[in-house]
Every structure is written in structure tokens, then in C-alpha cells.
Design a protein. Structure first.
Lengths: 622, 557
């Protein structure tokens, strides 16, 4: 019920007084729109006649989450008599699909159903046009996705009222077209009554609570249904002022390369731009005014992933050459510090420390790097401590305004591309029993102690990554033949209890894009990921197809590009166009929104550290 | 729940702690739970500590009397714990006061303030690592206290909600954060002013243990803002001036050309009169007073009083020694959630005697039990996110003595026995849980009190018995160790001052305690005639302020 209340609260935010006024009125019983005089508080200028809108749906706060879930699923056809026509006739009632419908419903609430009162003709037309494929083109077709689960109520009174308010007495044809196009269920199935629709609508607007209890686990996914719930927007809004980006900015974190910068766009301006030299020609694409800066050519080959300090000064990775098993580049001094660690560096979001894997994880104070060490022996270094409790491929996030950290681990697939030609993303061979394991590391006052690990089953998902705030987690989703279908993002709801934390993971978004292990921006506004070029990318790269002669070199030598995923919209933007044999890999954010990635080139012993302000450019674009 | 293993998230060696804190707990602390801008806006600028400027005149008596030593320590504790008003009134708690030390600065504040100051230097000043002006530091302290008002992510509505959310005494206490190390305003001021020397020593190393080079060591006694109407006077002091020392007074600000300075002893003794333009100095052992008189026009500025001693530079990696109103604290916290219990340590005579005689090298060893004290029994705070902590232990080092006054408090489930038996009423009067802490203190490397019981046999017999266990004879090493903070081998047999003399030297605390040949008596005896960081570990380990400063300096170079 708590979840339901949160969604109710959210809904009230998204649907300003309109829905509240409607629900509070006598029209809240699903009956016909009555002709009572309108509330005196509503300006007359907005009221063309005395009619007010009926309720889109009526609240069912009397039903507990599990009861609501059971009734809603039954109405949609779960475990129904096979002879009956139901939603399931056309759509498999899977957990994924329910979450997808929830996500598009959230989107529709925040876009098309912001004004349920429809006091004016214009308001009604705006709402109706919003449900078209192209809202700015009044002649474009109606689009079911834009309507969300409310499509199952297209025949009910609110929609009838909306069309009548928009088009007057001649509305019927238009309304019929709408119902025919988006109304659900299609075919011979009987539509919901208002009472039935109320149950279904309430369940979705509450955020499909008790879904996992009512529906069995899905089988191996064969499709990816993209969707972003309203919870993401709410979270991102909150993080804009309280996330690590805001906190670090508040703490005046000195961002590397920004000493003389008036704005973030002016950072790193002393470094050569991509395209200044032949090897980097053509890299910069798709984002207006994007700056790609080549920060350094490393004289060694890195091993597995690369991560950087929150201030962007230090860039760390394992090393395959150069006489050390790992290195941390100090961009300020333009040196690389050899170290005894092996791979998998991670930096804390508050710029306080970092972690590196050797035979176990070593956690070090970041001041060690400022002290300009000639090399780092992690076993003997006084500013580092070992722990066996953070395993390989684990990640740490730090709760905001808190002393506590979270470690996450689970099934993973190694990714060390750019050494051999590679034309596909890492496999996603995650099992049905795959678990996402969260371990709270609580600050006891002087030290950290791990509490019991909380395991959550996430079938067919792996390579989980925690956001810097420890409030979001994203994982790669397996599809047929262990190929990746997309990413699943969940909100981490952790609550202190007597003997530890209670954790709930709620799926809030699904991004249908394939790539390596992603990284969150410090405000959770963006995800960045690399994707290995395959035949399916040929057209996007400007070729006629995979058989285009120009694509042949890509097919032979492979390459990978960097992509940004907008967590709010799910929009994917490719921000590089690497040359054949060039692998842009392991992108990750620094605190201010710039992102770094490595470029490995087949057959070469050197690599480049490259920076991009693409996310900053995109978020500044209206 | 199985809180089974400790993890080092930030392997910061602690500043301000007994250098011998070699345990994992000590090594794992961090200072990143400190006061943020939103908290500082409520706390206001750090409140000053009012020193007993005459205490240094009693150094010999303190050395030879455990009673005087403890009495002085309790008085210091009372001042450090005394409630002071917040900068903002909180609408939902009955009192808007917080203990003095909780208004002080931690690493977060320090970094913010240093960065603000350094950014304000001209490029040439940055290149030469110019020292910050006192007035610029004043401004920076003020800016830090009100920075919240400039932050875009803290609009007034959010700030008001933050204030409103403070609705319990625990949450009020939580505004002070749980930074491990805190610096009084004067202590921080000195560290900020000393950044050129700190950076220099980082590059070239600390001075040798013994220096023959004569020089003049300057210690600031006080720096106080003053506004005097025309012809008005104000007296400062007394200040205790030691043999061979002189007291120097200098004015800064408007109207100093017309102002005058008088320095004089008690009665009809020696007196010197100077104009306000230049520094004024008087060499006179004993209690000395200063009087500043404005000219016809008002004087608005600051009066700075310094001690000058002809000897080897005392603190070669700082701008002289800390001022007498400098205090550095270290607070040991323990989480009060998730079923976490407090370990309990027995510091009775029997327990200490058994542990010390049987296995001093092993340290305090395992606790004798567990406790789950509530907020009325132990000082408890709650951070805005709901995290709750108990204050288990508390170090205080004040510069009222040349070699500092060393005090440590620890919580006890039997607070009125042994090291708590002589707790005076002025601590009881503070209320709350402060009467549940025991205390030990040291003012010198060696013990000067010939009475093993410290003179407490009759007035506090359990304290007397406990002191007897740690008394190693006149001339032997002194003792003061906190079971919650002095963890690890040998750390039970330490005295704070011994390890801290090496502050700024490239030596690990575990080596000081563990290398009996190089550092006898667990490092408790004096081994230097100069103290690069004036006994503070903060610049070179733990908070490692020098590297925090260096990161900023590097950024702008």
C-alpha cells in the first residue's frame, strides 16, 4: 500500500487539481456527466458550458494491493477460461508486459492526461492530439502507446466527453475512429465496464503492486518492451538538487580541466579536439556542438574496464603492458602511476577514495594519489586497506547524506574488447536463477561492517550496475541465444529496520538497447554505454546495409561506439563514429556531466583517453 | 544480522588522535560525514574557545600534581562541552544550542575554506604560495557560514524544511556531524596560514629531531576583533610569559595610527607604552596585561598578542606554533542502529593492573561486555537521514600549555568509579549524558607526581587505585589511554603526547608504539626538541590536510 500511496502522491503531482477536483465532485461514480453548476472557484472564462467532465476512473482505495492485482489480472484474462476473449488473447500477460504497460501509462499520465477537467475546447483538443502519433499534426493517427492502459477505457464516458468537448455535436465520427484505432480490447472481446476499468486503472496507476506475487516468473524473454515509468522522472528531479552531481558542486569539487572555465562547456579546452589528427577524424557525430577531447595517449594497453575519479583527474585501469599490472593516470601531472592491483578500479562518488582489485579488493584514500606516489603496492600501502567482502566485478554506491555504502554483485560477463575483431556485444548468458545481491556496508562510527546480503532474483539479468547514489540499479537483460535484449532499471528502496536494511527493487524502466556494462551519470539523468558494431548497425552508420562495400572494413576489423541513453525518455544517442578497428570502450561519467572513455585500436600498443560533453550538450538542448 | 567483518572504506590514518591508534578501527575512520554547507548555515561560524591564558604559568605544578592536572582537565572539558547558541533558531526544538566543540571545523569545512581563500589569491600570490591575510581568513570563515544562501540547490523552501525537520534533541546534536577530527577556529586558522610551510615540508621533508639553529619561536596568544570608540581603552589578559620570553602586541585595522598599546605586569612593575603603528614588546616573566587605547578617532580592527621565545623553531612545518586558544578534538562514534551494541571496558584498578602487567603489549584487549545505552545515558546524535550514532570517546588537546593539555573521555556503564570518581559538579551541571564519561589527562611526557595515587587516596579511592596501576614513578613515562580509541598492540600503555610529538614526521604510529628500541616505553618519552606540526597529526595523516591543500594548489597551477 505504501507503493500505492507513493503513486497516488505522484499522480497528484502529475495531475494537478484537475483530477482531484473531478474525483471530489459528484461525478466520481462513473455515471454520466451531470449538469450541476461548476465550482465557483473556477474562472468563468474557462467554462464554455455548464457540463463538467466525468471521472476518467474512480479511486478504489478500498482494495488492498494484492486484491487489486488479483482482480485486475483476472479482468485482463489471467487464468481465464480459454474460450473467453481477453487481453491475453493478443498479449501475453507477463511481468515484463505488465511493467511495460505501467511505464507507458505513467508516460501518458504525465503527457496526455494532465488536464482531466477539459474545461475548454482547446484543452480537450490538446489532450486528444496528444494521443496521436504526431501530436502536432492533427491529422496523424491515434497511437495506443500514448494512451497507455487507459486505452481499455476508450469507450467510456470520459473519452466520450473529451471528444464532444473538442469537436461539439459532430464529434461522433472522430470518436469512433479513435475507439477503433486505440480502443482495447480489439476484436470480439467485450470492453470493460466503468467498474472493471476502475480496477484495472487503479492497479496500473498504483504501479502494478503485488505483480510478482500474482504472476509467475517470465520465461526467457524473446522481446524487449521499452518503457519508462513516472518514478524515473520523479527520481531524476530529486537528484537534480540532492544527487552527487549537485552535492559535489555544492562542495565546490574542483573539476579537472576547469580551472579557467566559465562554464562546464569550457572545461578541458586545452586538449586537442577529436579530428585534429587523422586517427580521430570523424569521431564526433550526432550531438550539436559536442566536444570530444583527446586527453592522453597512454603508452600501455589497459586490461578490462576503466574508471575515473569524480573530479576527473585520475583515470584507472588494469594494464596488459608497460611493466605494471595496473595504472592510474594523473591527468594533471600527465603521468601514469604503476600499481600492483590487477583490474576493476572504482572511485567513490564523493572523490574521497577508490577501490582496486588484486587478489582481493583494496580500498584507498584518494589523497594517496595527490601525494604523487611513484608506484603503489596495494598490499603494503598504509593508505589502503584490504577487504575480502567486496568481490570481483562488484560495485559500490554511496547513499546520499549517509555514511553507508552498498556493494552489488551477481552474475557477470567479462568484457575486454578491442584486442581482436569483435562484432557483437558481450553475451548475456544469465540464468533463470540469476540474483542481484546487495550488501549494505554500514558505518559503525569508526569502521565499516557488512550486514547480511539481500538477494533478489532477477531472472535472465546480470552485469548489474549501481548508480552512485545507490538508488538505482541497472542490469543487462538476456534474450534468445544469450544475446542481450536491453537493460532493466530498478529503483532501490532501502529502509532501515531493527537488524539491517529492508530492500525492495521496483522495475522503473526498460531500455531496449544492447551494449556493455553501462554507467550512470552522477545525477542519474543519463546512462552511457559502449556497443560493438554489428551488421545491424550498418544503416545507422550511413551505409546501405551490411553488404555495403564501405561497411566491409567494419565487418573485418570491428569497432565500437559510445551511446547515451536518456533515462527519462529512453532515447538513445550515438555520440561517436569510430573508424574500423577503433574500439571506444568503458565510458563513464565524472561528476560534472563530462564523460570519459577509452579508445583501443587493433594492433596498437597505445590507447587514448577521450572526454565528451555530449550529455551536457543534450541536457542543454530544449 | 551478522555484522561480522570490518571493512576499510577510507584508509585514512587519523589526525588529532593518539598517534598510536594503530587498530583497524583507527585506520578506517574517515572525515567525510562532517558538516555540510546546510549544517554550517545553521551552526554559524565556529565558536571560539576561551583559554586559560595563565595555565602555562602552572605547568610545573600540573606536572607534579595529578590532582591539579585533573582539575584543570575537568575545567577544560566543561568549556568544550558548554552549550552555545546556533546561528539560526530551530522552530521545533526547545533549545537552539549545541556543545561548543560541535560548532568547530572538520575537514570538509577546512577544504571549503582553503579553496575559497586560495581562489582569492592573485596569480602571483598563488605562484609564491603567499600566506593568507588574517582578514581574508575572517572573511572566509564568514563566507563558509553563509555559503548555503548562495547555493542554487538549496532554495529557501528547502532550507526551511531542513530546519523544520530538526525536531528532537538528537537531531539537533546531529547538525554537528560525526567528523572524527574537529578544529577550533584558531586551530584551523593556524593550519590555513601554515599552508606554505606545510607544502614546503611535504616536498622537502620535516626537520631533524634535534635542531641547534637558534631562532625565535612565535606563538600567538590571542587575536581578537576590537572596536573602541575614540579615547576608549580595553584591557586583555593576563597572559603568562615564561622565563626568557617576551610578549608582543600588534594592531591591525582602522585607527591604529592614533591608538596606543600598553604592556605591563601586575602592580607597579615593568611597563612599556607604544603607539599603535608598530609591534610592541615586553620581556617580563609572570602575568602580563595588555591595554589598547583608541586615539581621538575610533579604532576598529584586531589585537594580536604573541609570545616570542628565543629557541629553535618549534614547529618548522607551520607558521610557528598554534595559538593558546587552539583546540583539536577527536570524537569516536558508534552506530546506534541495526542492533549494534557498545563494547564495555573495565578501567578499574584490578582490570587495568591485570591487563597492563600481564600483557601490556597486547593493548586493551577484548571488552568485558556489551551495553545498549539510550540517549539519556550516552551522547547520541541523529543525522538528517536517520542514521544514529553514540559518542563513545572524545579526545581534547588544547594549546593552553606549550606541549598541549591532553585529555580523553570515554563512556562507561559504571561512570562514577575510577576515572570518573572525581567528576566535579560543573560537569554534572551540563546535564544530559555527560556525567557518564570517565577521563584521564597528561601534560608532560613524564610523570612528575611522586604520589602513585595522585593524592586521591581519600577523596576518590577507586581513582587512586587505578592511577597507582599506571604510575611508573617520578620521571617514568606518564599515562593516558582511551579504551575506545587507543586500539591495537601496545596502545593501552601510551600517553597521547609521546606519539603526537612526531606529528609531521614520516613515521607510522604503529612503529612508534611497536618499535621498543627506537621508541622506548611505547613511544611515550620525549625524543625531539622541535615539533614540525606542533604535535598535530592532522596535516600529514588522517585528515591529511596538507594533501587536501595540495590538491587545490595543484589544480590552479
Amino acid at each position: 500500500m505504501q507503493q500505492a500511496r507513493e503513486f497516488a502522491s505522484l499522480r497528484h503531482t502529475l495531475l494537478p487539481f484537475a483530477i482531484m477536483a473531478t474525483l471530489a465532485s459528484g461525478a466520481c461514480k462513473g455515471g454520466p456527466a451531470h449538469e450541476d453548476p461548476v465550482d465557483a472557484g473556477i474562472p468563468d472564462a474557462f467554462i464554455p458550458d455548464a457540463a463538467i467532465a466525468p471521472a476518467l476512473f474512480n479511486p478504489r482505495d478500498d482494495l488492498a494491493d494484492d486484491v487489486l492485482a488479483e482482480q485486475a489480472l483476472a479482468l485482463m484474462g489471467y487464468e481465464a477460461d480459454p474460450t473467453e476473449s481477453t487481453c491475453e488473447e493478443c498479449h501475453g500477460l507477463t511481468r515484463q508486459r505488465m511493467r511495460y504497460w505501467r511505464a507507458i501509462t505513467d508516460t501518458s499520465i504525465s503527457t496526455c492526461f494532465t488536464d482531466l477537467d477539459l474545461f475548454t475546447e482547446a484543452a480537450a483538443k490538446t489532450a486528444i492530439d496528444c494521443m496521436r502519433e504526431e501530436p502536432t499534426v492533427p491529422s496523424s493517427a491515434y497511437h495506443t502507446e500514448a494512451v497507455g492502459i487507459f486505452a481499455t477505457g476508450a469507450h467510456l464516458e470520459w473519452f466520450d466527453f473529451a471528444f464532444k468537448r473538442a469537436y461539439g455535436d459532430d464529434y461522433q465520427d472522430k470518436y469512433d475512429t479513435f475507439k477503433m484505432r486505440v480502443g482495447m480490447p480489439q476484436g470480439e472481446s467485450p470492453p470493460f465496464t466503468q467498474e472493471q476499468f476502475d480496477i484495472v486503472a487503479n492497479w496500473f496507476t498504483r504501479g502494478v503492486p503485488a505483480l510478482d506475487a500474482e504472476l509467475p516468473e517470465d520465461s526467457v524473454p524473446t522481446e524487449c518492451l521499452p518503457g519508462v515509468s513516472a518514478a524515473v522522472a520523479s527520481h531524476v528531479t530529486e537528484m537534480a538538487t540532492t544527487g552527487w552531481r549537485a552535492v559535489n558542486e555544492q562542495n565546490n569539487l574542483l573539476m579537472f580541466g576547469c580551472a579557467d572555465a566559465a562554464t562546464s562547456f569550457d572545461c578541458l579546452s586545452t586538449y586537442p579536439a577529436a579530428g585534429d589528427e587523422t586517427f580521430s577524424r570523424g569521431w564526433n557525430v550526432n550531438v550539436a556542438n559536442q566536444q570530444l577531447r583527446v586527453l592522453r595517449e597512454n603508452g600501455y594497453r589497459s586490461n578490462f574496464w576503466t574508471r575515473s575519479s569524480a573530479d576527473g583527474r585520475f583515470v584507472a585501469n588494469g594494464a596488459q603492458s608497460g611493466g605494471a599490472s595496473s595504472r592510474i593516470v594523473d591527468l594533471l601531472r600527465d603521468v601514469s602511476i604503476p600499481g600492483s592491483a590487477f583490474y576493476d578500479p572504482a572511485f567513490f562518488p564523493d572523490n574521497s577514495g577508490f577501490m582496486f582489485q588484486q587478489n582481493q579488493a583494496y580500498l584507498c584514500d584518494q589523497s594517496l594519489l595527490v601525494s604523487e606516489p611513484e608506484e603503489i603496492d596495494y598490499e603494503s600501502e598504509a593508505n589502503c586497506s584490504a577487504t575480502e567482502n567486496v568481490g570481483l566485478y562488484q560495485q559500490l554506491g554511496r547513499a546520499l547524506d549517509s555514511s553507508d555504502y552498498w556493494a552489488i554483485d551477481g552474475q557477470f560477463v567479462s568484457d575486454n574488447g578491442g584486442r581482436q575483431p569483435q562484432s557483437s556485444d558481450p553475451r548475456a548468458s544469465f540464468s533463470e536463477g540469476s540474483e542481484l545481491r546487495l550488501t549494505p556496508l554500514i558505518h559503525t562510527g569508526l569502521a565499516y561492517e557488512d550486514l547480511d546480503t539481500i538477494a533478489v532474483t532477477t531472472p535472465y539479468e546480470g552485469d548489474a550496475v549501481l548508480s552512485s547514489t545507490a538508488k538505482m540499479v541497472i542490469s543487462r537483460l538476456r534474450g534468445p541465444e544469450a544475446k542481450q535484449l536491453g537493460f532493466v532499471m530498478r529503483e532501490v528502496q532501502s529502509t532501515p529496520i531493527d537488524n539491517g536494511y529492508q530492500v525492495e527493487l521496483e522495475e522503473v524502466a526498460r531500455y531496449c538497447f544492447s551494449g556493455g556494462k553501462p554507467d550512470f551519470s552522477f545525477d542519474d539523468r543519463w546512462l552511457v554505454v559502449h556497443h560493438y558494431i554489428g551488421d545491424g548497425d550498418a544503416v545507422d552508420l550511413g551505409f546501405t546495409g551490411p553488404s555495403d562495400p564501405g561497411f566491409e572494413e567494419y565487418a573485418d576489423r570491428g569497432a565500437s561506439n559510445i551511446y547515451l541513453i536518456d533515462t527519462l525518455s529512453g532515447a538513445v544517442t550515438r555520440i561517436t563514429h569510430m573508424q574500423p578497428g577503433q574500439y571506444a570502450l568503458f565510458p563513464h561519467f565524472r561528476s560534472d556531466g563530462w564523460l570519459y572513455f577509452m579508445v583501443r585500436t587493433l594492433g596498437e600498443g597505445t590507447e587514448h583517453i577521450v572526454a565528451s560533453d555530449a550529455a551536457l550538450r543534450l541536457e542543454a538542448t530544449p | 544480522m551478522s555484522p561480522t567483518r570490518s571493512i576499510a572504506i577510507a584508509a585514512a590514518l587519523l589526525s588529532g588522535c593518539s598517534a598510536g591508534d594503530t587498530s583497524e578501527d583507527c585506520a578506517l575512520g574517515n572525515a567525510r560525514l562532517a558538516v555540510q554547507a546546510e549544517d554550517r548555515g545553521i551552526l554559524g561560524a565556529g565558536a571560539p574557545y576561551t583559554p586559560n591564558s595563565m595555565l602555562r604559568g602552572q605547568e610545573r605544578e600540573l606536572h607534579s600534581s595529578q590532582i591539579l592536572r585533573r582539575q584543570a582537565a575537568w575545567q577544560t572539558i566543561a568549556k568544550v562541552l558548554a552549550p552555545v547558541a546556533l546561528a539560526q533558531d530551530l522552530p521545533n526544538v526547545p533549545s537552539s544550542e549545541i556543545p561548543l566543540w560541535q560548532t568547530w571545523y572538520a575537514k570538509d569545512d577546512t577544504t571549503r575554506i582553503f579553496q575559497h581563500l586560495y581562489e582569492g589569491l592573485a596569480s602571483g600570490e598563488k605562484a609564491s604560495h603567499a600566506r593568507f591575510d588574517e582578514t581574508d581568513i575572517d572573511e572566509a570563515f564568514g563566507w563558509n557560514a553563509t555559503e548555503i544562501e548562495e547555493l542554487a540547490n538549496w532554495p529557501s523552501e528547502r532550507r526551511e524544511a531542513y530546519l523544520d525537520a530538526v525536531d528532537t534533541s538528537d537531531k539537533l546534536a546531529g547538525l554537528g556531524g560525526i567528523a572524527l577530527v574537529g578544529y577550533s577556529p584558531s586551530a584551523l586558522r593556524h593550519l590555513l596560514r601554515g599552508y606554505p610551510e606545510l607544502l614546503s615540508c611535504l616536498a622537502s621533508g620535516a626537520p631533524e629531531a634535534f635542531l641547534d639553529t637558534p631562532g625565535q619561536s612565535i606563538q600567538q596568544a590571542v587575536r581578537e576583533p576590537v572596536t573602541l570608540p575614540g579615547c576608549a581603552s580595553r584591557q586583555f589578559g593576563p597572559f603568562y610569559v615564561g622565563a626568557g620570553e617576551s610578549l608582543q602586541v600588534e594592531l591591525s585595522g582602522e585607527g591604529r595610527e592614533e591608538a596606543s598599546i600598553a604592556i605591563f605586569g601586575m602592580g607597579e612593575g615593568k611597563r612599556v607604552q607604544c603607539d599603535g603603528v608598530a609591534a610592541c614588546s615586553l620581556a617580563l616573566e609572570g602575568a602580563v596585561y595588555v591595554e589598547v587605547t583608541a586615539g581621538i578617532d575610533a579604532f576598529t580592527g584586531a589585537v594580536q598578542v604573541d609570545y616570542a621565545t628565543p629557541e629553535a623553531p618549534w614547529a618548522g612545518c607551520l607558521d610557528g606554533v598554534f595559538s593558546t586558544d587552539s583546540v583539536i578534538i577527536k570524537a569516536g562514534w558508534s552506530r546506534a542502529q541495526f542492533g549494534q551494541k557498545l563494547p564495555v571496558y573495565d578501567t578499574s584498578s584490578d582490570a587495568i593492573g591485570t591487563t597492563l602487567s600481564a600483557n601490556a603489549v597486547a593493548g586493551w584487549g577484548a571488552p568485558t561486555g556489551e551495553a545498549d545505552p539510550g540517549p539519556s545515558e550516552i551522547y547520541t546524535i541523529e543525522r538528517p537521514n536517520g542514521n544514529r550514532y553514540r559518542l563513545t570517546s572524545f579526545h581534547i588537546m588544547t594549546k593552553e600549555l606549550d606541549h598541549w593539555q591532553w585529555i580523553t573521555l570515554w563512556w562507561s556503564d559504571t561512570p562514577d568509579s575510577d576515572f570518573g570518581e572525581d567528576r566535579p559538579a560543573l560537569i554534572e551541571d551540563l546535564g544530559g549524558a555527560w556525567s557518564n564519561y570517565k577521563m584521564c589527562t597528561a601534560t608532560a611526557f613524564d610523570e612528575g607526581d611522586p604520589d602513585p595515587s595522585g593524592g586521591y587516596s581519600e577523596m576518590a579511592p577507586s581513582l587512586a587505585a587505578a592511577l597507582e596501576q599506571v604510575h611508573e614513578g617520578v620521571g617514568g613515562p606518564s599515562w593516558c589511554s582511551n579504551p575506545y580509541l587507543e586500539k591495537g598492540p601496545g596502545n593501552m600503555a601510551t600517553n597521547c603526547i609521546g606519539c603526537h610529538q612526531h606529528g609531521g614526521v614520516d613515521v607510522l604510529s604503529e612503529d612508534i608504539i611497536g618499535d621498543a628500541e627506537a621508541f622506548p616505553h611505547f613511544g611515550r618519552m620525549r625524543q625531539r626538541n622541535n615539533f614540525p606540526h606542533d604535535y598535530s597529526w592532522a596535516p600529514a595523516s588522517g585528515d591529511n590536510l596538507t594533501l587536501a591543500f595540495k590538491a587545490v594548489v595543484d589544480f590552479f597551477e
